[in-house]
Design a protein around this ligand. Structure first.
Ligand SMILES: NC(=O)c1ccc[n+]([C@@H]2O[C@H](COP(=O)([O-])OP(=O)(O)OC[C@H]3O[C@@H](n4cnc5c(N)ncnc54)[C@H](OP(=O)(O)O)[C@@H]3O)[C@@H](O)[C@H]2O)c1
Length: 302
């Protein structure tokens, strides 16, 4: 149990809400920064489960500093583009520094983007950009690299075609992709928030699994013969991304189709290979594998 005060920004969101819940379960005092426009039902739910809610002007460093007073860590789980990842997070970071908070967790929760270069993935470029600012700030930062959210395999990532008994993939069928569920990422992040001495980067993966192994898992669980379908190489995917981006620039959309394609290209890239993880850093964590997830969710494969 911990009686530390942890401030969470983005606690009304999917990942942030789960981080808040785990922190409360661990006995931490949790203060969630919300906006006047945040969903009232979600805010009231956060209060019901025991979080303290601070409605703040997220554009005011001073207001954030006041709300962060006494905290041992500020956790960001904000989601957005330049106005959020760079601008809002800068204000949040500056507020945390002003309040003398010793530690900060930026809203990264992604593939290890230190391995990639600008222009390959718009959303990851923004995070690298924010790091150039974060790394100069007088606060200890810890980034969590969790690969792709595994939960998206059953809905958003076009890889397992449940009704067609197919596994689609780009590039190498044996390339291992790092996946972690949102719940496991939240549990690990809460542990990191309460851990006074963490390094700059931590890497986790609930599973490291190739498209071929995913095919095997699907065949085993469904009792049907799943097949592999290679949609093309990563070079072709790169060309398609350029065309999709020209046709629909979607400058304000967080996840336009071409952004998803950029993530897919990065996921299948050898540079994203997760060789070692920090999965064992905290006792008691049980990691969900792709097989666990599919078994639990039982998506229809008829
Ligand atoms: N690795 C992966 O596969 C993967 C997949 C999805 C997401 N992620 C990452 O996980 C993190 C959290 O994403 P999520 O899906 O949980 O997000 P989400 O559910 O969309 O929640 C976003 C949160 O950000 C807050 N927010 C947005 N703009 C803001 C601003 N200008 N000022 C203050 N608060 C603002 C929202 O507050 P309001 O309620 O006030 O709007 C909300 O609490 C992000 O870093 C995201 O990129 C990773």
């Amino acid at each position: 149990m911990s009686n530390q005060l942890i401030v969470v920004a983005g606690g009304t969101g999917n990942l942030g809400g789960k981080i808040v819940r785990v922190l409360l379960d661990k006995g931490a005092q949790v203060r969630v920064l919300v906006r006047s426009t945040s969903d009232a039902e979600i805010v009231s739910h956060l209060e019901q489960i025991g979080a303290e809610v601070a409605a703040v002007d997220m554009t005011s460093e001073q207001a954030i500093a006041t709300a962060c007073t006494g905290a041992t860590c500020v956790v960001s789980a904000l989601a957005g583009l330049h106005d959020v990842v760079i601008e809002a997070q800068k204000v949040l970071l500056n507020g945390a520094v002003l309040a003398g908070v010793p530690r900060f967790i930026p809203s990264d929760y992604s593939l290890d983007f230190t391995k990639f270069t600008d222009g390959e993935n718009r959303n990851l470029d923004l995070r690298r950009d924010f790091h150039t600012y974060l790394n100069k700030a007088p606060i200890a930062a810890t980034t969590i690299f969790n690969g792709a959210f595994m939960d998206m395999l059953t809905n958003e990532i076009p890889m397992i075609l449940f009704k067609k008994n197919l596994v689609l993939y780009w590039g190498n069928a044996d390339h291992k992709i790092g996946f972690t569920t949102v719940a496991d990422t939240a549990m690990f992040t809460a542990n990191v928030a309460l851990d006074a001495s963490t390094p700059r980067y931590l890497r986790i993966a609930g599973d490291r699994i190739s498209p071929r192994k995913i095919r095997d898992v699907m065949s085993e669980l469904s009792g049907k013969r799943f097949r592999m379908l290679r949609t093309g190489g990563l070079g072709l995917l790169g060309v398609l991304i350029k065309i999709a981006r020209l046709m629909a620039p979607a400058k304000t959309d967080l996840y336009p189709a071409w952004q998803g394609m950029q993530y897919m290209r990065n996921m299948m890239d050898e540079r994203a290979t997760v060789n070692t993880t920090d999965n064992n850093r905290y006792a008691g964590m049980k990691w969900t594998t792709v097989k666990d997830l599919i078994s639990e969710q039982k998506p229809s494969w008829q």
